[in-house]
Design a protein around this ligand. Structure first.
Ligand SMILES: Nc1nc2c(c(=O)[nH]1)N[C@H]1C(S)=C(S)[C@@H](COP(=O)(O)OP(=O)(O)OC[C@H]3O[C@@H](n4cnc5c(=O)[nH]c(N)nc54)[C@H](O)[C@@H]3O)O[C@H]1N2
Ligand SMILES: Nc1nc2c(c(=O)[nH]1)N[C@H]1C(S)=C(S)[C@@H](COP(=O)(O)OP(=O)(O)OC[C@H]3O[C@@H](n4cnc5c(=O)[nH]c(N)nc54)[C@H](O)[C@@H]3O)O[C@H]1N2
Ligand code: SF4
Ligand SMILES: [Mo]
Length: 675
């Protein structure tokens, strides 16, 4: 018998800088293997290790996937469910939501969502439903990157228009600040950075492989970035490498921080940051000479004073004139707007009835209070793994009076506490488009198989629910084909979806454009605002200051919980091969730190603070500085012997700006466990 073999191109829509092109081998109508697309700019024929395992593992395996709508049949959190039909589930959910809305309490319906699927429709369409309903959105960015967005809004008026990564060809320096491409952008680490012909600088507390490979590595104490930024400005000024003309024409407020800059020498900063003064001078020389690119990672804005740190970094960029000229610029994220996409259309902004959002840092508070919350929807988001205050959240989700609906591919910890679990189709099971947040590309996310069981794409679930609610706005029923057509037209792609799918990824701009070439910024003054009246009127300092967090007191450690190489947030932590690779949850310490605390590698230690505690296997590595405990994020609590992950230690402290997560500011004690 001859078998049929087809190769289909699609794109990985994870929350990842790389947005790899993928090739799916279909044999006799079944997926045989999913690999990286050899033609894709970054994938170059291979996926990262985690996706290579999970996409060929749990994501294709019906026994791991949710296949049918489920209704709770035991106590809350007991994970006992019975299978129900879609219509039965949706009509019951709709009638309970209508009861809440009819009593004037729609805002007490909370919805959490994030980036489980970053595709345009699956990631955004359900927003139309919740806007029409008048539900309260738990601001998704507050668990990830809101501090950075807000700080950039004050300083340059825009956090969604970064430099085009292809402009590395024109730069002499690439500064990576609080990002770990080795884990969070593996193909950027593997290809783009080694191919870069200029010099690389990394600023990070951890000596991760990207840092180790850098020309200059500034290994600072966590939470001391602003002090370092001021010392870099001081050194640039002393070396005559600041740009007075640029400062005079395109910035406001330099004179307000200049006295602080003059006082903040590399020697001052060495004492605060632990970075040798000579290395600060060398980095300042390289960066200020430029043209230089500054990639602001999300790790450094998960500190308590993150907004101040970001504003300080922008001041360095502005003082050295490293923006608006060829080979220079700042990158946080590139929004779909850089491809012409109208996000208001996609998310149905005109339907909004309740503009108020709450922070993820306040979610436990809100869910504990029946006066503030009557229902909760979680889609594209696993709060019991990812959000702070894990113990309080679990307890709050036991409320029998709270209607809780989870839409996911898998039976997560969060789903265990739901009244209804609705099975979502994966990105392999319907057509969509993706606007990556690093490269300014447009990519096809193409259907390669039928949905598993009765699973439905997010958007179809919410179209059906809208019908059961008797919502009659046409936006709530718009079909995928029409949306894709409109989005592609907005992006300037002149072919159809199938044309795009045949090549996978396209770049609307053939050549990288210089970021902010007009040197016009969307701030009130139209300039880079080192001093911001807007920030001041929002209750923040007018200018950044050279802040450094105090050292942890002797017995406490700073707990950093960044991206793991083997999970994507909490995704993949239920894949059998990945579970084997992860092994027991661990904590990595500097060997000197471990020895001083009488902790032996391989033994178990307890990390604890006022919020919670976690038993972890001790590892030691020189990558980790003194005073720091490294515990990667992303494990599923229910697969761990603690029944919890690192967020059990996270009190949910807010950043200075943006009510965002200061998760890398968590502190904890560590002690050996005997016996
Ligand atoms: N300690 C600590 N905690 C952190 C962080 C940290 O650095 N340290 N980082 C934070 C950050 S940056 C983020 S962004 C958040 C992320 O937190 P989450 O948004 O919770 O990310 P995931 O854990 O991957 O959960 C996404 C869920 O979406 C599901 N999913 C995938 N595709 C689809 C789909 O098509 N439809 C539906 N309905 N579901 C789908 C996945 O199965 C998964 O359960 O975590 C935060 N939590
Ligand atoms: N493999 C994998 N890739 C991912 C994810 C994942 O979970 N796994 N998550 C995705 C998501 S949602 C996001 S938001 C991104 C996040 O990816 P990144 O932007 O790389 O952010 P993080 O992984 O949180 O942390 C990056 C670095 O910040 C450092 N850091 C911590 N505190 C400080 C500090 O005070 N100052 C400085 N300068 N650095 C500090 C950490 O040591 C870490 O090395 O990655 C995405 N990619
Ligand atoms: S998670 Fe990132 S690196 Fe891995 S396949 Fe997807 S896009 Fe590529
Ligand atoms: Mo994130």
């Amino acid at each position: 018998m001859t078998s049929t073999r087809t190769l289909i191109k699609t794109t990985c829509p994870r929350d990842c800088y790389d947005s790899c092109g993928m090739t799916v081998l279909i044999e006799d109508g079944k997926i045989r293997k999913i690999t990286g697309d050899a033609d894709h700019l970054l994938a170059r024929g291979s996926l990262c290790g985690k996706c290579a395992l999970a996409y060929n593992g749990a994501w294709l395996d019906p026994k791991h996937r949710l296949q049918h709508p489920l209704r709770r049949s035991g106590p809350k959190g007991g994970s006992k469910f019975e299978r129900v039909g879609w219509d039965e589930a949706l009509s019951d959910i709709a009638s309970r939501l209508n009861d809440i809305a009819d009593s004037g309490s729609a805002r007490k319906i909370l919805q959490t969502h994030y980036t489980g699927n970053c595709s345009a429709i699956a990631g955004n369409f359900p927003q139309r439903f919740f806007k029409r309903l008048g539900a309260t959105e738990v601001d998704p960015d507050t668990v990830c990157n809101k501090a950075g967005h807000e700080a950039l809004r004050y300083a340059i008026g825009d956090s969604f228009s970064g430099f085009d990564p292809r402009s590395t060809k024109d730069a002499t320096c690439l500064l990576m600040w609080g990002a770990n491409p080795y884990a969070s952008a593996p193909h950027v680490h593997r290809y783009l950075i080694p191919e870069f012909r200029g010099r690389t600088i990394v600023i990070d507390p951890i000596a991760h492989p990207t840092a180790r490979a850098a020309d200059i590595f500034l290994q600072l104490r966590p939470g001391t970035d602003a002090a370092l930024a001021f010392a870099l400005m001081n050194a640039a000024l002393a070396a005559g490498l600041t740009r007075p003309d640029f400062i005079a024409s395109h910035t406001v407020g330099w004179s307000e921080i200049e006295p602080l800059v003059l006082r903040h020498t590399p020697e001052t900063a060495e004492a605060e940051t632990c970075v040798p003064a000579a290395l600060i001078r060398e980095a300042a020389q390289v960066y200020a000479t430029g043209p230089s690119l500054m990639w602001l990672g999300q790790g450094m804005q998960r500190q308590k004073m993150a907004g101040n740190a970001f504003r300080s970094a922008v001041a360095l960029c502005a003082a050295t004139g490293n923006i608006g000229r060829v080979g220079s610029g700042l990158l946080y994220l590139n929004g779909a707007n850089t491809r012409g996409i109208d996000m208001d259309y996609l998310t149905g902004s005109q339907l909004a009835r309740n503009p108020k959002m709450i922070s993820h840092m306040d979610l436990a508070d809100c869910l504990e209070d029946p006066e503030r919350s009557l229902a909760l929807f979680c889609w594209n988001n696993n709060i019991l793994a990812s959000s702070p205050q894990q113990t309080r959240l679990r307890a709050a989700l036991k409320r029998e009076d709270l209607l809780h609906v989870v839409v996911d591919l898998f039976q997560t910890d969060t789903a265990d506490f739901a009244d209804y679990v609705l099975p979502a189709a994966s990105f392999l099971e319907f057509d969509d488009v993706l606007f990556p947040y690093f490269h300014n590309a447009v990519s096809a996310v193409a259907k390669v198989q039928e949905p598993v069981g009765e699973a439905l794409p997010n958007q179809e679930i919410f179209r059906r629910l809208a019908r059961f609610m008797n919502f009659d706005e046409p936006e709530l029923q718009e079909v995928d084909g029409d949306i894709i057509e409109k989005l592609l037209a907005q992006s300037g792609w002149t072919g159809g979806f199938r044309d795009l799918a045949s090549i996978g990824t396209t770049f609307p701009q053939r050549q990288p454009e210089v970021q902010f070439a007009s040197l016009k910024f969307s701030t009130p003054s139209g300039r880079i605002e080192i001093a911001s009246e807007l920030a001041e009127s929002d209750g923040h300092p007018r200018t950044p200051v050279p802040h450094a967090d105090a050292s942890t007191n002797g017995s406490m450690l700073r707990v950093l919980s960044p991206a793991s190489e083997w999970t994507m947030n909490s995704s993949y932590s239920n894949d059998e091969k990945i579970i084997r690779r992860l092994g027991l949850a661990d904590v990595t310490l500097n060997p000197v730190e471990a020895a001083a605390r009488k902790l032996v590698a391989g033994s178990t230690a307890r990390l604890s603070n006022a919020t919670g505690s976690l038993d972890l296997v001790v590892k030691t590595s020189d990558d980790v500085p003194m005073g720091v405990a490294l515990v990667y994020k992303g494990r599923w609590p229910k697969h761990d012997r603690n029944g919890a992950n690192v967020n059990v230690l996270n009190p949910g402290e807010k950043t200075d700006i943006g009510e965002s997560s200061a998760v890398h500011g968590v502190e904890a004690h560590i002690e050996p466990i005997h016996g």
